[in-house]
Each structure stands twice: as structure tokens, then as C-alpha cells.
Design a protein around this ligand. Sequence first.
Ligand SMILES: [Cu+2]
Length: 192
Amino acid sequence: MSKLRLSDEMLGRPERAPKRARVARGPARRTGVPSPFKQGLLLGICVGMTLALALGVVGFLVTRPQATPPAAAPATPPAAAAENSKQPQASIDVAAEHLGDLQIRIDARISAPGSYSPITKGQVVAYTDMVAMPLSHRQGPIVMAEVSGSPGTYQAVSQVPMIGEYNVTVEVRRPMAAQADHRIDVQNVKRS
Ligand SMILES: [Cu+2]
């Protein structure tokens, strides 16, 4: 640039005005040609960022209520989860009996919460876990079969590995998710 300026001054002292104009046109053209492009680029970036922000805000607002129940579900008991999903929860009455030789029979009477009518053809499983040794010999899922002639009553027989107090969890999988717990003390190998 300095060389050009010097040469312009050297050569064109008498023709300063037109050469200055040319020089002025040069940078003007140089700035003029990219400026729409730059403006367009800036505009594009601005519009793009605004759209991205808007999409982000919309996405955040839309997905937040959906993300809250799964986050709350593991922290809260299934009863609260069922309330959140507004699904009718089954009423489960669990009983367990030691039959002897560490065998236990688990009974579950499952009914609809409002009408108390038995829930038939349900998918029901049970889990047993020793209270004093949590998860060390947890058993299940033990499939519970509906007792014929006794609609809504599900039964399973299982053998626990050692004497002790056991927590029996009955889990209804269908037609709705629900579960209930019951404690049974298996203290003697013979029938207690
Ligand atoms: Cu044990």
C-alpha cells in the first residue's frame, strides 16, 4: 500500500484527483464487495443463533415435564410413580406361609383399587430376600399362577436357602404396575 501510495504520488501529482478517486474507488470496491457478503454472513449467524436459541428454549420447555417423572420415579417408591402416571394401582394383599423344609407358599390377592373386583389374568411375580443379608441370596422373579376357582388370587411356592426373616415382594406387571411387601419368619426347618 505504501509503495502504491508513493508511486501514485510520484507519478500522478498533476492528476491527483482522478487517481485519488481511483484509489478511493479501489478500497471502496474492496470493502463494498465483501460488505454485503459479511452482512449476509452476520445476518445468517444472528438468525441461526436466534433460531438455535429459540429451538433450545422450546426444546427445554417441551422436554422438561417429560424428563421430570423418570427422574422422580427411581427416587420415589412405585406408589408415587403410579400416582404421577395417574394409573390405577392394584390393591395387593400378600400372605406367606412356611410349609416346612424352608419351603414357603406365597399368596397374593389382587384387586382393583376402586371396585375391589379381583384382577384376573394378571402377570404377577414374587421376589424373596433375606432381611439380615440383603441381596446376598435374593430370589426371583418367581412366577405366580392364578389359583383356579379363586379369581384374583395368585400363588407360588419357593424354597429359601436358610432360616431367617424374609421379605417377600409381590410385583404385579400387568394389567398395571404395582407391588407390595410382606415379611415372613422362617425359623425352623420343620413347619413353624
Ligand atoms: Cu442368608
